[in-house]
Structure formats: structure tokens, C-alpha cells
Design a protein around this ligand. Sequence first.
Ligand SMILES: [Zn+2]
Length: 211
Amino acid sequence: MWLNARLDAWIKPPLSSHSLKTIEGASRPLVGLLAAAALADDRDLQSTIVARLAPERGYPIVGALAVLRAGAPHGAAMLGLGPLHDDCARTLTELVATPPRAPGDWSIMTQLGCKCELCARLGRFLRAANEQQFEWPLAKDRRAHVHGMITSYELPVTHVTRRTGSPYTLVLTKTQALFTRDATERATWMRDLAWLRENAKTPRRVRAQRK
Ligand SMILES: [Zn+2]
């Protein structure tokens, strides 16, 4: 329950690269807990924990894979990781099958947690596939809010204030990082899926030996 509360806090948006590192770092303690549950013969606790880590229920796939990797030397079957393995394989298969970003598609589909009017406008610009730049006359505190959102969500968007006119103009520009990030992410999905397929045999073999 202690860990469950921590996981809830960590996966709250914006899911920053720092949060993802924390989530990945939790994989070894999670595996330790699963192993302890196995020793105590508490299969219910094991399946509760494993269900909590399911990407299909919103847990970051990076975190789920980190648990599978940390658990692999101990045997996925002993830790009850079989369902998580299958869930990740299904999720990654779907992701890999999605069409890659087309050249010139500038849409950023990140959901912003803030519901204010500025974020609604920012969200429209982010989602627009054919808009790379947006010039936004905006007073200082309003610019600060937009700066803050772009930074905390680590969006591939530069946000520069042009100090002429009144109010000053905030110039937002989506960067090429949008394309390189997508390509890197896709390469990671492929690599992870290959790893899952390679390691799919192990739990089955262990299960067979137990019978
Ligand atoms: Zn806002």
C-alpha cells in the first residue's frame, strides 16, 4: 500500500524524464517485493502488484519493462510476471503497428493537465499538424504560465519573448526534436518487443518443469 501511493504520485502528469527515472528505479524494490510475496506464498499480493504495473491500466511501459528486466534473472514465473509480460507485448505490438509520424506533421498530442484558457489555446497550437510557429501577444504573468507548462511537460517547443510592442509577443516554435524523439521512441519499442519475444520462452519452460 505504501508503494502503491508512491506509484500514484510518480505517474501523475506531467510525466517528466525525472519521474520516469524514479519509476525505473523502483523496479528492483518491486521485484524484491514480488520475490518476498513468492516466499510467503502470497500469490494474491503478487497478482495485485503485477496488475498495478499493467501498461493497459496506465502504468508507463518503460516502468513495466524495467520490472520485467530486473525480474528476468529470478525467473518471471516465480515472480508472477507472466501477465505483465503478455500485457507489454500486446501494448508494444499495437504501438509498433501505428503509422510513424509523416514528414511535415507537427502535431503534438500531449494532454495538458491544466484546464485554463491559456492552456486550451496552447493545446490547440500543439495539436495543429500544419502549424509549426505561433506568435502570441501576451502579458508577463500569462507568458510565465505558458513558459512553465512547456518546460514541465518537456515539450519540443522553443518559447522566446519578442520584446517589442505591448504586450510583448511570445513566439512558440515546434522543433525538429519532435521527429527525432518519435523515431527514438519507435526504435525503443522495437527493441523492447524483440527482447520480450526472446524472453517469452523462459516463463513457459519454468512452468513446464514445475508440473
Ligand atoms: Zn494553464
